[in-house]
Design a protein around this ligand. Structure first.
Ligand code: AKB
Length: 314
């Protein structure tokens, strides 16, 4: 039987962590995946399995877990998102970059052989082409979130070229899912709209109706993350984040599609500070490097995603 890796996931109670832990456990075995989060586990993460409370700024505790569980794969998901990040820039730098820098050093010194780092479309900025944003382009993000993530990508690249540490990364677009409602992001409207229309019949959107942003449905997030982590090292042409996208949509387009399911629903638009962040990000993404290198292909377009989401939103 193939030897299974021993996996540690940080930020496992978040939107992606909750579902990724379950996928990793069904692939590698429940006992081989240690989920960790700052907040003690209070919700069912699918199959029960090992859990440890962990503050990612506490490198000593992280190292103790690496040693105790003989970890060799780390998925470091813990981070603050774009909108929340602007409200506390020092905390965002400390969690999103400083903690990552120290965790990466610990992974290297403890012979971890594969690390996953989630990056984001937030690494782009006003100087980046907004249509079909290329893999290699201008990165001048206007949020602290984007600054921490592009710095993290560069740090990963440095560790890979200087020390040979196998660090892999994806630039996630807005992630749509129904298990955990995301908080503190700029793309959160794409999830909130489902729940508000179902529960209240009305949604007040904080972005303008025609703000186009790249998105992806959770099953494709899991597919992409596992696909990248399972690829052979020789298939990977970059240790920066791979561009990734499922589809792009505007709030008005999503609402129109949702009206097929909730014909009485209504929407209003009250743009706030998040509009400026959204306006600095890409509208569409060129993710052909991911397709060419390790065969990335999304399964869901917007219509398929909405059809599936409405079955699950309560
Ligand atoms: C956010 O909106 O901050 C995140 C992201 C695109 O990284 N969802």
């Amino acid at each position: 039987m193939e030897k299974q890796p021993k996996v540690l996931v940080t930020g496992s109670g978040g939107q992606i962590g909750t579902e990724l832990v379950r996928a990793l456990r069904s692939m590698h075995g429940t006992e081989n995946v240690l989920s960790t989060d700052l907040i003690p586990r209070d919700r069912d993460e699918g199959a029960e399995g090992p859990f440890a409370q962990l503050d990612v700024t506490d490198t000593e505790s992280f190292v103790a877990l690496l040693e105790e569980h003989k970890i060799n794969h780390v998925y470091h998901l813990a981070a603050l998102l774009s909108s929340k990040g602007e409200k506390n820039i020092d905390l965002t730098w400390n969690i999103n970059f400083e903690a990552h820098r120290k965790l990466l050093a610990a992974c290297y010194s403890h012979n971890v052989d594969r690390v996953f780092f989630p990056s984001t479309i937030g690494v782009y900025g006003p100087t980046t082409p907004r249509q079909m944003t290329p893999q290699f382009t201008s990165f001048q993000p206007s949020t602290v979130y984007g600054i921490t993530k592009i710095t993290g990508e560069l740090w990963n690249q440095y560790y890979k070229s200087r020390y040979g540490l196998d660090v892999r990364s994806l630039r996630y677009p807005g992630v749509i899912s129904y298990e955990v409602i995301p908080e503190g992001g700029t793309t959160d409207f794409s999830v909130e709209m489902f729940f508000e229309l179902k529960r209240k019949g009305h949604y007040v959107c904080y972005l303008k109706k025609d703000t186009r942003l790249p998105m992806i449905y959770m099953p494709d997030v899991i597919k992409a993350t596992l696909g990248l982590m399972q690829a052979e090292v020789h298939q990977l042409s970059t240790s920066m984040g791979y561009n990734l996208s499922g589809f792009s949509l505007t709030p008005a387009e999503l609402f129109e599609e949702l009206q097929r399911y909730y014909p009485e629903a209504t929407i209003s638009y009250e743009p706030d500070a998040r509009q400026q962040i959204a306006d600095s990000w890409s509208e569409t993404i060129d993710d052909r490097t991911a397709s060419d290198d390790w065969g990335w292909q999304p399964d869901y377009n917007m219509q398929g995603m909405v059809k599936d989401m409405v079955k699950h939103v309560v």
